[in-house]
Write a protein that binds this ligand. Sequence first.
Ligand SMILES: NC(=O)c1ccc[n+]([C@@H]2O[C@H](COP(=O)([O-])OP(=O)(O)OC[C@H]3O[C@@H](n4cnc5c(N)ncnc54)[C@H](OP(=O)(O)O)[C@@H]3O)[C@@H](O)[C@H]2O)c1
Length: 315
Amino acid sequence: MRSNEVRLNCGITVPLIGLGTYSFNNDRETTEQAIHVALKMGYRHLDTAKIYGSEPAVGNALRLAIEDESIRREDVFVTSKLWSADHHDPVSALKQTLRNLGMEYVDMYLVHWPVKLKPWACYAVPKEEDFEQLDLESTWAGMEKCLDMGLCRCIGVSNFSSKKVERLLEFASVPPAVNQVEMHPMWRQRKLREICADHKIHVSAYSPLGGPGNAWGSTAVVENPLIKSIALKHQATPAQVALNWGLSKGASVIVKSFNPDRLKENVASFDLKLDDEDLLEIDKLEERKMMRGEFLVNDTTSPYKTLEDLWDYEI
Ligand SMILES: NC(=O)c1ccc[n+]([C@@H]2O[C@H](COP(=O)([O-])OP(=O)(O)OC[C@H]3O[C@@H](n4cnc5c(N)ncnc54)[C@H](OP(=O)(O)O)[C@@H]3O)[C@@H](O)[C@H]2O)c1
């Protein structure tokens, strides 16, 4: 039987199915209720970020489960992320995240984007004048300090291209354990997966369903005729096929649902077994990146003048 967790290069294990907690409305009660239901169903990996505003809901739902004695803190893997306006001081940013969560540590702390913003730019879509030059060496030194201080158990990155991962490895004392990136049957990240595997960096797939319902997302994956036909063949759902595809590539999948039926459906994707021919057919699908990051590119203050600069041509 396939293990439901994987060991990272930092020595700890991460459950392969994670619950995403980003929602545009960010209604605390709804988020908390969904996490409560998810924990009862067996989800043991929660993904949040300062910029999602969901840290208080994650912390509170987990605190209640611990008080219930249904769960121990060490049974749940919690990821949060350094927002781009906080690159100046990752230690203070993580301390704030821990206050938001009501926790003493997070399991994983990720650099959310390879982007540095002015300290006041605490909103998801930066203004044209908000950018600074990225100084990855100093940001990463701050991340390593977070680790030294025991504020997190592991550090990693998110939205890093192969080139940026390799550049980071040139000076990192501690290599990233994870690169969390968009990945689904229509954005397969083949090259990045190979580079990360070479360096023992675990790839974690965000928007594993293509983010249907999100401003940047699409139903193209869950409504894809091939994905639907594979689902039919296995008496599964398109979402289960998409999630199992990510798992079959060795990635963890960070899927968001605040709906009890879909939470159950998504966690059951683990039991599906796609055939080799299904995987080969999926490999032929047209690729389409949903989260393109146009809002991080401009001609003036952003170091990225084009999308090709931002993703180093992996777009
Ligand atoms: N590192 C980054 O930069 C980054 C970027 C984006 C996302 N993320 C993380 O990844 C998580 C997941 O990504 P995401 O929210 O963009 O996309 P996603 O998980 O691919 O899709 C979520 C959407 O799909 C719906 N859904 C969930 N299960 C479904 C199913 N079985 N069938 C049909 N629809 C289903 C959800 O609605 P319901 O809630 O109504 O079920 C929601 O609208 C985020 O919440 C966040 O934690 C990270």
